[in-house]
Design a protein around this ligand. Structure first.
Ligand code: SF4
Length: 404
């Protein structure tokens, strides 16, 4: 039944984006196999595989096919942008913790969004800090939604019914509210703020009631939860909230507090999350979307600095949100130049760059938690990227050197 529904969605997508038929058969087959690990759904009017890809009926999907699968532009397909470093919460694993500087104003953020679109970005995540604290967020969403599928990552702080409507009307397709546990006290402790759990629950309710936006929860699942078999009870709890998607990620060694081999997810735990994801996605209802599955060697691999880029709230350009490195600031150079210099050092690899290479960052940090350009370049030059992922082996088949 799920296969039949997927086939119908894909047939309708092919009718909307006929140039998909011109994509190489090997890549189309790869996508077909990948997509069939999920149940394609109409979530609030969006035909969604999961929220890390543009909805199939969104103009950004047609752009993705055109730019990245047919024209094969060198720029990134995915990006995140920080709208502020301010946040009422203080998560232990927050990747913005060591970032600082002068925040971009709205004009600079809008320029960055245009530059990202020009480079080929089709999926844009809004993050921070707490992005809702940027009072121009709806304007930024509206600009970005012109070429991208736009997703918001939020703690839920300050969300109101009016703001949710405004964001939907501006073109936001998905929201992930952070939630780390079903026990309010555990979530509040992780977030360093009493009442954080209640804030998240309120935000989920408001977005569901607003309609027109895919509602998700993003959860950081640590090794302890995996070892204690707490992931599935947590998913049961999330399903009970009536959300569309549980977006899972493990804590990354992005900040000094996590520069410890013991905290990095083990391959067998990684696989355990795959198995859980596959099992859950065979059932109807909530989609489970583990980032490590999308970014695994079987699928798309790690594309930090290659097909993914992060522009933080101060304009620093990093390979992804989890890499405490900069390759330049938008105040000093155009994104195109910074990205090209970064990409020259970042081939697509088959395992998470930061999980694999954080010891190099730790050694180069010298007491700081965020590397400057020279240190970032030195780390990238020494880093291991591994082999190509399943997708990139096909993508680059027959190309000289086998690397993009
Ligand atoms: S470094 Fe890790 S988190 Fe960042 S893009 Fe690569 S796989 Fe994803």
């Amino acid at each position: 039944m799920a296969l039949l529904k997927n086939t119908i969605f894909l047939a309708k997508t092919l009718r909307r984006v006929p140039r998909m038929a011109r994509v190489s058969p090997a890549l189309n087959l790869f996508f077909l196999r990948y997509i069939n690990k999920f149940r394609l759904k109409d979530s609030a009017g969006h035909w969604i595989v999961h929220s890390h890809l543009p909805p199939l009926n969104h103009p950004a999907f047609a752009r993705f096919v055109d730019l990245h699968l047919l024209k094969r532009v060198l720029g990134p397909s995915h990006a995140q942008i920080g709208l502020t470093n301010a946040c009422p919460q203080a998560c232990v694993y927050c990747y913005s913790r060591e970032r600082g500087g002068k925040a971009m104003d709205t004009a600079a953020i809008l320029r960055a969004v245009h530059e990202l679109q020009e480079l080929g970005v089709c999926w844009l995540g809004l993050t921070g800090g707490e992005p809702l604290l940027n009072s121009d967020i709806a304007r930024i969403v509206e600009t970005a939604a012109g070429g991208c599928a736009v997703k918001l990552f939020t703690t839920g702080s300050t969300l109101t019914r009016e703001k949710a409507r405004e964001l939907r009307d501006a073109g936001l397709f998905s929201v992930s509210v952070s939630l780390d546990h079903w026990l309010p006290e555990v979530h509040d402790r992780n977030r360093g703020l009493a009442g954080a759990f209640a804030t998240a629950m309120n935000a989920i309710r408001l977005i569901r009631e607003t309609g027109g936006i895919q509602v998700g929860v993003s959860a950081v699942v640590n090794r302890e939860m995996i070892c204690r078999n707490e992931v599935e009870p947590f998913l049961e709890f999330l399903r009970g909230l009536g959300i569309d998607e549980a977006w899972l990620c493990e804590p990354k060694p992005s900040v000094a507090a996590f520069w410890n081999e013991e905290q990095v997810i083990r391959p067998e735990e990684h696989r355990e999350l795959f198995t859980i994801q596959d099992r859950w996605n065979r059932r109807p209802g909530m989609t489970v979307n583990y980032l490590g599955h999308f970014e695994s060697r079987e699928h798309f691999g790690c594309n930090a600095g290659h097909k993914m880029v992060y522009v933080d709230a101060c304009g620093e350009v990093s390979p992804c949100v989890f890499t405490p490195m900069t390759f330049g600031n938008l105040r000093d150079r155009p994104l195109k130049e910074i990205f090209a210099a970064m990409k020259a050092r970042f081939p697509s690899g088959d395992l998470c760059f930061i999980n694999r290479n954080f010891p190099l960052i730790r050694d180069a940090a010298n007491g700081r938690g965020f590397l400057d350009i020279a240190a970032s370049q030195r780390v990238a030059d020494k880093a291991e990227f591994g082999k190509l992922s399943g997708f990139f082996r096909l993508y680059l088949r027959g190309r000289q050197g086998g690397r993009a």
